[in-house]
Design a protein around this ligand. Sequence first.
Ligand code: PEP
Ligand code: CO
Length: 401
Amino acid sequence: MQQPGSFADLVALGPWETLPAVQQPEWRDHPAYDEACRFLASAPALVPATEIRQLREALANTDALLLQLGDCAESFYECTPRHTSEKLKVIDSLGDRLAALSGRTVVRVGRLGGQFAKPRSAATEWYEAVRIPSFRGHMINSDIGTSETRKSHPRRMVWAYEASDLVQRVVRTYRQGDGRAVPADGPWSSHEALVVDYESRLIRREPDSGDRYLGSTHLPWVGERTRQPDGAHIAMLASVVNPVGCKIGPRAKPEEVLAVCAALDPRREPGRLVLIVRMGRDRIAEALPPIVRAVAGAGHPAIWLSDPMHGNTVKLPTGLKTRYLGDMTTEAVRCREILDAHGQRAAGLHIEVAAEDVTECVGGPVEDEDDLQRFYTSLCDPRLNPRQAATLIEAWSSGTT
Ligand code: PEP
Ligand code: CO
């Protein structure tokens, strides 16, 4: 007889184990790998299936908006109750702002409680004149810039689980707190389901239905670099009942997106599929319409979000990455116009925003590039500060830049 939650029971979880998975750490030969996997496979789910069902129901309401907000890369060192409460307050107040502007229910989802792994376009980067492996998120390696600390270590998955647990507890207490009229509005958690070793070991069965759910977060999404229709990430998320997101970049082909939609949403279920458009200010007008037509034509009741961050990143001559608020408002408004014109559900925004007054993106209170050095703390991509995020939300809501 197998032990409950035994390794043997849980590794052979699904067909994606044999499918190609890009952007994975190479750590399967590490002496700590098996133990880390076994820990995750037998650990309690971080979020229960009941909450996942509640979020799905909230998203199935076609009048509701969805606001997905938070760090590009969460830090293990900012998972304390204090940090988490600050983040939740910002998420909630921006949600309230959008609700007031739109007169609609706003479901709030944080990029938090597990956003610890980053896909990277380059495997190495320059750090003080030395070439070292790129930072890939605290679940994989350290942000400290040496060749040694940038080696991936599988025990970081256990650390990620513990850090997520800490955050999820605070999120749950906040959501259920006194005076919150509608807990179904959130805040809920989300992250990119990037590391297959981690995510696949947190899949559990829902007690009553026997359905599989991903117990690491409420709303996992698959990134622009890992959304291959025949790859491991899509197959893994296809096997669970959570609402799932997929990023769509400027080079996505309609037939590719259709294949992803068919895999993730074969039954055309409301509240299941979130398509997160991140094409860039100058590409969206051409790239998005054929995709919207294809998805609408195939009958998927997709929840469309605009992520106006990831297609508008620029690298300054100093090497610093930034984004311009004007580019982001333009893309977000264009995205909404295209969806409206096709009669599709422009449901909201996906934004990287810090709880603190960071100076990582130019615009509003951050006057120019010289201002950026003042308070730039992101571990990865440049985030908006709360005032800049409010400007973006106002522009998207009013439909004018
Ligand atoms: C992200 O959301 O931080 C990210 C890496 O996005 P994308 O997959 O769209 O590039
Ligand atoms: Co990012």
